[in-house]
Design a protein around this ligand. Sequence first.
Ligand SMILES: [Mg+2]
Length: 315
Amino acid sequence: MGLKNRCSVPPHTDLSHFCSGLIKLRETAACHLLAGRACITDGLNLERGTPINSNVKMASSTTFSGDRANERLPKQTPGWAFFLDVDGTLLELVEHPELARPTPRIKSIVHHLQLVTEGAVALVSGRSISTLDSIFLPLVLPIAGLHGLERRDATGNLRIDLATDKPLDDVRERLANFCEAHPGTLIEDKGVTIALHYRNAPDAKDAAELCMEEVLRELGSHFEIKRGKMVLEVRPSGDNKGSAIGEFMREAPFKGRVPIFIGDDVTDEDGFDMVNRLGGYSIRVGNDGDSNAQYRITNVETVLQWLEEYHHAHW
Ligand SMILES: [Mg+2]
C-alpha cells in the first residue's frame, strides 16, 4: 500500500503558502467561495461581458432545430447539478494549453448556471485548481483539478489525494530532453503531475508513448499514465473525475440533484460512468472514440448554446 496523502485546507487560504509534506501548490488560488454561489472577487461585473444570446431557443425538448436537428439530448428539467470539463468542452482545444482562456460569454454562462442551480456547478478538469482559478477570475468555483487528484468543495475546503508524494524532478529533466529531441512536443508541468503534449508533433506519438512507459516503469506502482487527446500525463495514482463527482454529490449544494457531466475525452469516461450510476446524464462532446456517455453533443459551441438554454429557462 502506498502512502496516502490527504490534505485539507480551510476556506480563505492563500494556497501559495500551502505546503504539506512534499506537496506544494506553486500558484496562488483565491479560496473565497461563498457557499453555493459564484463569488465575484474583484468587482468586475460579469454583465459587462458579451451578453448571453437572447435569441437562443428556450426549448426543453429532446431535439433541436436547424443545424442541430440531429442532436438528441436529455430533456432539460429543474434540479440538475452541472459538472463541466473545461478544455474541449467549455473551451476550444488550442495548440498550447496555456493559450486557452474563457471568454466573457463563457464566464457569464457558468455564472448564470450557478445562479439558477443554487451553486450546483463544478469544473472537473485535468488542469490544476490554481490554473483554473486564474483563468476563470472573477469566478471562484467548486473544482476537481488534475483529473480528480485535487478537489475544492463548495465551501472552499481543499483536499489533495495522492498515492505517493515522490518528487518528479527526474521526470521533468527526462521529458525536457524528449521535447528537445522532438520539436513541437511540449511539457505542461502541473506540479504533482506532468503532461507531455504532442498535438503539434503527431509523428512523435509512438516515441512519446515509449518515453512515458519507461518513465512509469522507473517511478513504480504508485503512478499511472492518463491518456487524452494528443497528450500523455504521468501522475500519482489516486482519485479520478468519477470519484470527485461522487464526492461532490454527497455534499450541498449538489446533493439531491440530478448530475450532468459533459466532457470530450477518454479521461472523462470515469465521470460518465459515475453519473450513469447515479442516475444522471452523461454527454460527450464530438463523435470520436467509443464512450460510455449516454449522449453526444456536436462541439464546444453547441455545449455553450445548450447551457444557455438551461439558464434562460429560469427554473
Ligand atoms: Mg477535455
